[in-house]
Design a protein around this ligand. Structure first.
Ligand code: GAR
Length: 219
């Protein structure tokens, strides 16, 4: 059984999708704990309703980023996770944290990286006039929204899109690809070479799943 620690800051829809997929596909994966940096994160209720241990490490109670990250490292080490999953965790992590969990730390970002790093990614996409937008699952490095890419999903950008409408379509795809990318990475059949994920095509991803997914709009 592979153990996950999931870090959240908000509503937790990706956490919920992950828990649903683990149950639906019967993967030998368990979410050992959910940690939030915000006491009122909605995702904490999702975890509690499934009987998953939760913890709040409130970043406002720490003098600086490094003190917060050290507390987080301490709590995570106690859980001995195989993988730390960032699911809407809206804190920058120190280089020390990223090094400690090198290749054991994954994130989902709501854009087709390397485009549109940072915040308000859907508005960034609309403002740039791109026709295709999406989301990316990647291993985390010390550089913001950067690291070997495990999976991406694309949606079309409509001429009358708002950031909210676009975000909703992207989120649907996030829920599709994040659990499957996590399962694939945990399968141990993917490797990292020169900052890229190498998939030798030996069935790392669940049957029928490609690491590049298209919204039905684009298929
Ligand atoms: C998701 O859209 C995720 O991609 C984004 O926050 C949202 C969290 O939603 N993450 C980032 O922007 C990280 N840079 P959720 O709490 O419902 O999973």
């Amino acid at each position: 059984m592979k153990r996950l620690a999931v870090l959240i800051s908000g509503r937790g829809s990706n956490l919920e999708a992950l828990l649903g997929a683990i149950q639906r596909y019967g993967w030998p994966i368990e979410v050992a704990c959910v940690i939030s940096n915000r006491p009122n994160a909605g995702g904490l209720d999702i975890a509690r309703s499934k009987g998953i241990p939760t913890e709040v490490i409130d970043h406002t109670q720490f003098s600086d980023r490094s003190a917060f990250d050290n507390a987080l490292i301490h709590r995570l080490e106690a859980q001995q996770p195989d993988l730390v999953v960032l699911a809407g965790f809206m804190r920058l992590l120190t280089a020390e944290f990223c090094a400690r969990f090198r290749h054991r730390l994954v994130n989902i970002h709501p854009s087709l990286l390397p485009a549109f790093k940072g915040l308000q990614t859907h508005q960034q996409a609309i403002d740039a006039g791109v026709r295709i937008h999406g989301c990316t699952v990647h291993l985390v490095t010390a550089e913001l929204d950067h690291g070997p890419i495990l999976a991406q999903a694309a949606v079309s950008v409509r001429h009358d899109d708002t950031a909210e409408a676009l975000a909703a379509r992207v989120l649907k795809m996030e829920h599709e690809i994040y659990p499957k990318a996590i399962a694939a990475w945990l399968s141990g059949q993917l490797t990292v070479e020169d900052d890229r994920i190498i998939d030798r095509g030996e069935g790392a991803f669940p049957t029928g799943f490609m690491s590049c997914q298209l919204h039905p709009d684009l298929a």
